[in-house]
Design a protein around this ligand. Structure first.
Ligand code: SF4
Length: 318
């Protein structure tokens, strides 16, 4: 498989680019996910010429605006330079399928960044790093996550599911789309979308049923936005249980009463948080594969990401 292109904050690769000369190597990314992805790394602070080591900067609300300024020297304002670097980086990596940012950074932080007043006191934690903010505005399609949040099994699976889905679209549908290719592509994602967000499942079905007369390029762009939004909703135990129950329906006439009971018991145990998803999924897949039905066989729901990443071996909290 061609490696997936993924943007990343450079310090997460173990490179000593932080203000204090250190790094924030993330072993899950460098030692596990790296088997499937190729990193495009950027340290925006280094790129704008701040050097290593450097004086710390932070988000200081100035005249009602979020500005990134020096802690010791608030006259130093690097906001515009970080924004320009985001514009340069986004243009340089148009085909990435996701971005992992370092948390709590006035340049790279995505969620809950601390904002300070010009009096030096903390105000709230509602900020976003200037580089990450601009990058996300320019590339709204790509999934983003913070490295720290990847420790949460549900968030990690959701992020990796989305980068594999976007990569699939880029490889198979981005160029030269046709209505048939689009419908075939989505038919593989139906149960996965059902597990993530039932309203999107119906909305995308309706969208694809009304393609006539519309330029296929526009339809394709709108489709991938809908798909990525749908997958942005985390697949909960309830959502996965619902999708598995629907798939179980195909077995009605094909397995014994005892086998049905065993399967239902495992799906319910998963729904109650007693076993990881891999347990009922393996049995369901085993039965369904005997039907030799290409539509069912090709569902991305079985393996939205490589099995050896073990992302379904955890009991999710919800
Ligand atoms: S968080 Fe961003 S700016 Fe800070 S060291 Fe890492 S890559 Fe550089």
């Amino acid at each position: 498989m061609k490696k997936i292109s993924l943007g990343i904050s450079q310090c997460l690769l173990g490179e000593k680019v932080r203000f204090d000369g250190g790094h924030k190597r993330n072993r899950y990314l460098t030692d596990v996910l790296s088997k499937y992805v190729e990193f495009q790394s950027v340290c925006p602070e280094l790129a704008i010429g701040l050097g290593v080591p450097r004086k710390p900067i932070r988000l200081i609300v100035t005249d009602g605006q979020d500005r990134i300024r020096g802690v010791e020297n608030p006259d130093l304002d690097v906001t515009d330079a970080l924004v320009a670097e985001a514009e340069y980086a986004a243009a340089r990596m148009p085909d990435i399928c996701g971005y992992v940012f370092m948390q709590n950074s006035p340049s790279c932080g995505v969620y809950g960044l601390k904002r300070y007043g010009s009096n030096g006191y903390g105000m709230d934690s509602k900020g976003r790093g200037a580089y990450a903010k601009r990058f996300m505005e320019l590339m709204p399609l790509i999934p983003v996550e913070e490295a720290g949040r990847l420790n949460d099994a549900g968030l990690r699976e959701n992020f990796i599911t989305r980068i594999f889905a976007l990569h699939d679209w880029r490889e198979n549908l981005q160029e030269n789309p046709t209505a048939k290719k689009l419908i075939d592509f989505y038919s593989r994602y139906k149960y996965q979308v059902m597990a993530h967000h039932v309203p999107s499942y119906f909305a995308i079905g309706k969208f694809l049923a009304n393609l006539s007369g519309r330029p296929i390029g526009d339809v394709n762009r709108e489709f991938i936005q809908l798909l990525m939004t749908a997958l942005g909703h985390q697949a909960s135990r309830k959502g996965n249980t619902n999708a598995m129950m629907h798939l179980r329906g195909y077995l009605k006439l094909h397995i014994s009463k005892l086998e049905k009971e065993e399967l239902s018991h495992l799906i319910e145990s998963y729904g109650q948080g007693m076993v990881p998803m891999v347990v009922p999924l393996t049995l369901l897949k085993h039965h369904l594969m005997t039907l030799d039905n290409p539509y069912l066989k090709n569902q991305t729901f079985w393996s939205p990401h490589p099995d050896d990443l073990g992302l379904r071996n955890y009991v999710l909290e919800r």
